[in-house]
Design a protein around this ligand. Structure first.
Ligand SMILES: Cc1cc2nc3c(=O)[nH]c(=O)nc-3n(C[C@H](O)[C@H](O)[C@H](O)COP(=O)(O)O)c2cc1C
Length: 325
């Protein structure tokens, strides 16, 4: 791509130059920065801001609210003419008609997560979609490649959200997987800026996905209390729940999660009244999924600023590495 993201305004000329990697080629975007799918959060308000800024916005389906999602996808087309994707979180969306649903929406890029890559890949690819599967281990990566995916989202255990209980950090998982597969990799888990993006590229990635950073972005629809909790949190302020059970997950430390941290099994009922947390701002009403990178997020920033400062800092890091060559 040689276009300038969000052309038409006076700042366009000052924007970072597009970066060409296998990920930007496959996704048709200027910058290899993907906004993570997140139930109720990854909807048109946030995703269109990311796509307009030159990254890839992703619409979630993990809320299971497919009627609302259909409307969100229509809104995306009004808000941006740039590419965007959809996530199929297999743990939450069990109905196989989800594939037809996604294909009908005319979406070109899908990430599948939390499930078996052999389940939907062939069908999605036969319909002409580009499919990346999210993997938390080397074995899962090899299985996904065997299933014919176009690429992987390699997700380290420091990231927010549902996790393999045997979590492996991005620093170990990413170079391990990169050394064993040839498909392009999007790194997830702990990425928030150009320095962490440069680290991911050094470890073998050609794109990055940001979750927690995007929850805290100005355009994120969550209540300000959640964004402020991210800004206030230290790197030690997340908890891993269900270490010896399922589903493993990483969330912000609150009174509720500090209590649950010691429990053998935390059921889905502990999500309580998630809407009261997500949009009402009651941080004790549910579980605020989030990654260790909360410790590096110091401000609520607009998506465009996150993406552009990431690209600028990424290039500064890349140049500084050259001094060691
Ligand atoms: C609030 C929240 C909700 C999430 N929901 C999903 C989801 O529906 N599907 C999915 O594949 N990943 C989900 N994730 C994981 C993200 O896609 C992403 O991989 C992860 O946040 C990356 O780590 P980071 O938080 O350090 O950026 C979620 C993460 C968060 C923080």
């Amino acid at each position: 791509m040689t276009t300038t993201p969000g052309t038409g305004d006076a700042d366009a000329a000052a924007r970072p130059a597009p970066l060409r990697t296998r990920v930007t080629e496959k996704l048709g975007v200027d910058y290899p920065i993907v906004q993570a799918p997140m139930g109720w959060i990854a909807r048109s308000q946030l995703a269109s801001a990311v796509s307009e800024a030159g990254g890839l916005g992703i619409i979630e389906t993990s809320s299971g609210q497919l009627d609302e999602i259909r409307v969100e996808i229509v809104k995306m087309r009004d808000l941006t003419s740039r590419p965007f994707g959809v996530n199929i979180a297999q743990l939450f969306v069990r109905d196989p008609s989800i594939v037809e649903f996604v294909v009908e929406q005319g979406v070109k890029f899908v990430t599948t997560s939390a499930g078996d890559p052999t389940r939907f890949t062939a069908q999605l690819k036969a319909a002409g979609l580009t499919v990346f599967h999210v993997v938390p281990t080397l074995a899962a990566a090899l299985k996904a490649v065997d299933a014919g995916v176009d690429g992987l989202v390699v997700e380290g255990g420091e990231g927010g959200g549902f996790k393999n209980p045997r979590d492996v950090a991005t620093m170990v998982l990413l170079p391990l997987v990169a050394s064993k597969v040839d498909v392009p990799i999007i790194a997830a888990g702990g990425i928030t800026d150009g320095r962490s993006m440069a680290a991911a590229f050094a470890l073998g990635a050609e794109g990055v996905q940001m979750g927690t950073r995007m929850v805290s972005a100005a355009e994120s629809p969550v209540h300000h209390n959640w964004k402020q909790a991210i800004v206030d949190a230290r790197e030690t302020d997340t908890v891993f729940l269900n270490r010896f059970s399922k589903p493993g997950l990483r969330a912000l430390r609150t009174e509720r999660t500090t209590r649950l941290e010691r429990e053998e099994h935390v059921g889905m009922s502990e999500f309580g009244s998630s809407m009261d947390l997500y949009f009402g701002g009651d941080m004790e009403a549910s579980l605020a999924l989030g990654g260790q990178v909360v410790g590096r997020i110091e401000e609520v920033l607009p998506v465009r600023q996150v993406i552009e400062s990431t690209m600028t800092e990424f290039r500064e890091c890349a140049r500084s590495f050259a001094a060691f060559a």
